[in-house]
Design a protein around this ligand. Structure first.
Ligand SMILES: [Zn+2]
Length: 186
């Protein structure tokens, strides 16, 4: 997988890597087992940075088989520089088993509630931030509701369809910068 690029070597303070360092070493919200650093990045990709889970529990939530989800996640991550760097950092952390673990965090409100609106202007939100915020917007809506998103990030035409495939939300139309997404059923 083409994980190495010149930009990977730059100093990394991107949002996914910062979030990885914040949540690494915790325990799965569902099964209470420790999750790996790669599971932490996977949770961030799926919009669950405040309620991280192990890969097995992520797959169960999405109704996917674990290897299938892992393949989709690594494919998604490999195509986005900010997530690619976070993944490489996670690989490094997972290869250091003696790293201290943080105690499990109490089950808190997973995300600040976003307002339930059917239209959302994401402006120029970019890698990482856009799908994290989008997850919150969709979570505020009932299953089957349609959200119209305006996202001017030049990566959105590739990023949003790929994220919808990954998470099981239905992309009804994509006419950059306007996207219509139907929230999946739970
Ligand atoms: Zn779990």
């Amino acid at each position: 997988m083409p994980f190495v690029e010149a930009d990977d070597e730059a100093g990394d303070d991107s949002l996914p890597t910062r979030e990885l360092h914040r949540i690494a070493g915790g325990t799965c919200r569902d099964c209470a087992e420790p999750y790996s650093a790669r599971d932490a990045v996977s949770s961030i990709v799926l919009g669950l940075r405040n309620a991280p889970r192990c890969l097995e529990c992520l797959a169960r939530r999405l109704g996917k088989r674990e290897p299938e989800l892992y393949d989709q996640l690594t494919d998604y991550v490999s195509r986005r520089a900010c997530y690619r760097r976070a993944w490489r950092e996670a690989e490094r952390m997972d290869a250091t088993p003696d790293a201290p673990r943080r105690p499990a965090e109490p089950a808190a409100d997973p995300e600040p509630a976003a307002p339930a609106v059917s239209e959302w202007d994401a402006g120029g939100m970019g890698c990482g931030e856009l799908v994290m915020a989008l997850r919150g917007r969709l979570a505020a809506l009932p299953a089957g509701a349609v959200l119209t998103v305006t996202a001017t990030d030049p990566a959105a035409p590739e990023d949003l369809p790929a994220w919808c495939r990954l998470t099981g939300h239905a992309l009804l139309s994509a006419d950059h910068p306007t996207y219509r997404i139907r929230r999946r059923g739970d």
